[in-house]
Design a protein around this ligand. Structure first.
Ligand code: ADP
Ligand code: MG
Length: 290
């Protein structure tokens, strides 16, 4: 049974002439244990997709099953409970409470579970240690760097032991070193068995993914399996197609990328011919063995 199954999921905003289609009959199946990078231009529906998968929002049409349950039909409080117990969110803007220390921020989600204060703090401390902030537990968000702040947010997302982590542009406000730190953390979480979905504009970060989904105009435009450590195929073409970029460049957006993809896609078979890694060596070897 897949963890996530979207069938013809659409999301419309507004009414009548002012209706806009944020998601257009999306079909997407994600198995437990995948690490999926979601890319696409601004406004292509990435956040809408994350919010629906994360039970923060409901589809206008279509069906969404999470762990085999048709969640679109659940009552609001059932959805809230499922979200709390199964899903951890990480946002671009960190969303920590500024008046609470790191440990109190991390312990907050446990409050709703009726856990004793001592137990909550112990668990939060453990989580902060796990993300490398064991000596910053009593710092306030304003006393932490961007990377550290996002690490606190990751600890908070993990404190309920969710099976699914959803990160919407988690490195969007970070420099390249902090981005790497945050991605390494997400990658560790993935390796310990969690399913991770993250939105990024940076093709370089698809190295952390086992799959890359490219959105455009509310639809899934491309969907490819990738090896951990390798940049996605389309993302790679774009990296090499855009001159004078370095590993540290965080592209302004895939908006710059999509026109390149368009051209390549219309070239059809030419794409494959341009990918030397896919060439097979096997026949030559067999001949040699004879
Ligand atoms: P992305 O995350 O890829 O930038 P979004 O999912 O945020 O894209 O938005 C997809 C489309 O839906 C955009 O055209 C956006 O303007 C529209 N949209 C998103 N949220 C709302 C909303 N609350 N009300 C109206 N339109 C929205
Ligand atoms: Mg977004």
């Amino acid at each position: 049974m897949p963890l996530i199954e979207l069938k013809d999921v659409s999301k419309l905003y507004g009414f009548g002439d002012a209706t806009s289609v944020a998601l257009d009959e999306v079909n997407l199946t994600i198995e437990q244990g995948e690490c999926v990078a979601v890319m696409g231009p601004s406004g292509s529906g990435k956040s809408t997709l994350m919010n629906i998968i994360g039970l923060l929002d409901r589809p206008t049409h279509g069906d969404y099953s999470l762990s085999g349950r048709h969640v679109s039909q659940l009552a609001t409080n059932q959805r809230a409970r499922m979200r709390r117990d199964r899903i951890g969110f990480i946002f671009q803007s960190f969303n920590l409470l500024p008046r609470l220390t790191a440990i109190d921020n991390v312990a907050l989600p446990l409050l709703y579970k009726g856990m004793s204060p001592a137990k909550r703090l112990r668990k939060a401390w453990d989580m902060l240690e796990r993300v490398g902030l064991g000596d910053h537990v009593f710092y306030y968000p304003r006393q932490l760097s961007g990377g550290q702040t996002q690490s606190v947010a990751i600890a908070r997302a993990l404190v309920n032991s969710p099976q699914l982590i959803i990160a919407d542009e988690p490195t969007g406000n970070l420099d390249s070193n902090s981005s790497r730190l945050v991605m390494e953390l997400l990658s560790e979480i993935h390796k310990t068995g969690n399913t991770v979905l993250f939105v990024t504009h940076n093709p370089e970060l698809t190295r952390y993914a086992t799959r890359v989904v490219y959105m455009q105009d509310g639809s899934v435009r491309y969907d490819e399996q990738t090896k951990l450590g390798e940049v996605g195929r389309y993302a790679r073409q774009v990296m090499y197609a855009v001159p004078e970029t370095t590993e540290d460049d965080d592209f302004a957006g895939v908006s710059a990328i999509m026109p390149v993809l368009d051209k390549r896609a219309s070239a059809g078979a030419a794409i494959k011919a341009k990918l030397p890694r896919r060439r097979k060596k096997a026949p030559a070897k067999k001949a040699a063995r004879k």
